[in-house]
Design a protein around this ligand. Sequence first.
Ligand SMILES: *[C@@H]1O[C@H](CO)[C@@H](O)[C@H](O)[C@H]1NC(C)=O
Ligand SMILES: *[C@@H]1O[C@H](CO)[C@@H](O)[C@H](O)[C@H]1NC(C)=O
Ligand SMILES: *[C@@H]1O[C@H](CO)[C@@H](O)[C@H](O)[C@H]1NC(C)=O
Ligand SMILES: *[C@@H]1O[C@H](CO)[C@@H](O)[C@H](O)[C@H]1NC(C)=O
Length: 253
Amino acid sequence: MRPTILQIFTLLILSFAILTSANASTPANLSFYGVWIGAGPDAIITKFESTLIIPAGSPDKTPANDVQAFWPGMEPAEYDGVFQNVITNQGGGPGEWYLLPFYCCNPATNLTAQMRVWPGDAVKNVFSLDIPSGKWYNNWVVTPGQQGNAAGQKPFGGGFVFDPAIDTETKGAPYTNALLTIELQDLGTWDFGSVLWTNVILEANTTDTAWCTNGPIGPSNSWKWSASPGTWSTSNQNLTTCYYSTVSLECPN
Ligand SMILES: *[C@@H]1O[C@H](CO)[C@@H](O)[C@H](O)[C@H]1NC(C)=O
Ligand SMILES: *[C@@H]1O[C@H](CO)[C@@H](O)[C@H](O)[C@H]1NC(C)=O
Ligand SMILES: *[C@@H]1O[C@H](CO)[C@@H](O)[C@H](O)[C@H]1NC(C)=O
Ligand SMILES: *[C@@H]1O[C@H](CO)[C@@H](O)[C@H](O)[C@H]1NC(C)=O
């Protein structure tokens, strides 16, 4: 069964949202600009890798009620949880971005302390499944760009093991949906330019490949995005690896 756009936007409601709201209700003006990659509800994801380039900071002077974020993340077939490496404008001063691995939502959890990143930095995120245990390795490597270098930023990386079974509702259901999305809340607007992902790789347990050549899936005319053509290979373990050289969330209409 192929997902519909409606499903994408339903599932995206489960997100970084809870982090920044005082209670567990849906934040005001929650909106998403995202694309989806997956091989269907029966094909579990075993690896999801991507490198994003941090865009310029927003000119907004008061980030507190102006939530801007973007993230790569994964959800189970029931769309009832999301494991995500969020880049957010929350938690610092105007124009600043932070990397914050996050889990939503049973319970919503900061998975590390937030890490400062600069416009132009390349942030490589690798989620890989340890198949026997069902646990995930979440690893990132941050390579400073010109602005980060000028600020004295050093390259850094990190990682941890995450057990999706901590979620009291999903109980560790496997991930089958991968997302690359911008998320806005409250007075947040998409005024920070395009968000570019490179070397996007999804590995899933299937011999089907149409999902790769047909993907990513996203809205056709409500805002602008683009992706290079998907190429794939299938291993003798029935794991298909799909590759997109670039996926760009370009601009709102
Ligand atoms: C999670 O991190 C955010 C941003 O750094 C911070 O504002 C918030 O208080 C943290 N929440 C918890 C429960 O630590
Ligand atoms: C939601 O957006 C509207 C229109 O921009 C704005 O007037 C309103 O204050 C926003 N709500 C919150 C809670 O930020
Ligand atoms: C892939 O799916 C097959 C058939 O359902 C199953 O036997 C196999 O264990 C799965 N492999 C992984 C890595 O999940
Ligand atoms: C791969 O899929 C085929 C067809 O579904 C199946 O016969 C075979 O056992 C699978 N191999 C593995 C290693 O899962």
